[in-house]
Design a protein around this ligand. Structure first.
Ligand code: 1GP
Length: 248
């Protein structure tokens, strides 16, 4: 009898890649379309590709233009996956590889917890895009940030890791698949090591850390404390060439 063996190549989705790379230090460059000209976008993407970053996030608290051309430009330039990081339900693009379905679990704004999701769910299903349910936690970063203002939520105090831990555990129990500890874009101080460490110790899902990471030391501290992914926005907008210094 001749045995037929069928080989299937199953492409791993983005969440699978994140989980599989948990022992590596994964770096995201955040592209806020409103903060770029075409020239600066081309430059930033070029430096990010050269530096070997793992993902691009595209989105922002307030984006006044369409994000699709930005996603298209990145997709036409590189194979590095593009993940949407939407500050509002209008920030969607079919060409992105995945979308963070953000639930702002540190806040008590029902739109950010479920209302926006209901509005956008049928469209996401139609777009057939990978959705990654993400517990988004805003942590006080020493100044009022756009995300705090736009979301109408109060951040978790910087020095209250117990609250962060309880919130992250609740998110994990609800079935969320990532925790994003966010000090807010341009934060004066990033999420502290103690908070990252405690969340890491008490949850099993991957942790993203962003907001106010400016130096190689800040990035190293976040990784050493247990971050799986760090997000860099402002420092790259100010000087994309810095990528080679902060990552190597
Ligand atoms: C914001 O975490 C990101 O959502 C990036 O923050 O702009 O401070 O790097 P920065």
């Amino acid at each position: 009898m001749i045995k037929c063996v069928a080989f299937f190549i199953i492409e791993m989705n983005i969440y699978g890649k994140i989980v599989q790379s948990r022992d590596k230090k994964q770096v995201v460059v955040l592209i806020d379309p409103d903060k770029h000209t075409l020239e600066s976008l081309i430059k930033t993407v070029g430096f990010a590709v050269d530096a070997g970053v793992n993902y691009f996030f595209v989105g922002g608290s307030l984006v006044s233009c369409s994000i699709s051309p930005v996603v298209d430009m990145i997709k036409n330039t590189t194979d590095i996956p593009v993940i949407l990081f939407p500050g509002s339900i209008s920030q969607l693009s079919e060409r992105a590889d995945a979308v963070l379905l953000l639930s702002l679990i540190s806040g008590r704004n029902p739109d950010m917890l479920i209302g926006n999701h209901v509005q956008v769910a049928p469209l996401l299903r139609q777009m057939d895009i990978e959705t990654i349910p993400t517990g988004y936690m805003l942590i006080d970063g020493g100044k009022r940030t756009s995300v705090e203002y736009m979301s109408g939520t109060v951040p978790i105090p910087h020095d209250k890791p117990d609250i962060a831990v309880a919130t992250a555990i609740a998110g994990e129990m609800l079935g969320l698949r990532l925790i994003y500890l966010e000090a807010g874009s341009g934060a004066k101080k990033p999420v502290c090591a103690e908070m990252i460490r405690r969340v890491r110790k008490n949850t099993a899902i991957p942790i993203i850390v962003g907001g106010g990471l400016r130096t190689k030391k800040d990035i190293g501290t976040a990784f050493d404390a247990g971050a799986d992914i760090v997000v860099l926005g402002t420092i790259i907008e100010q000087n994309p060439e810095i990528l080679k210094d902060v990552l190597f």
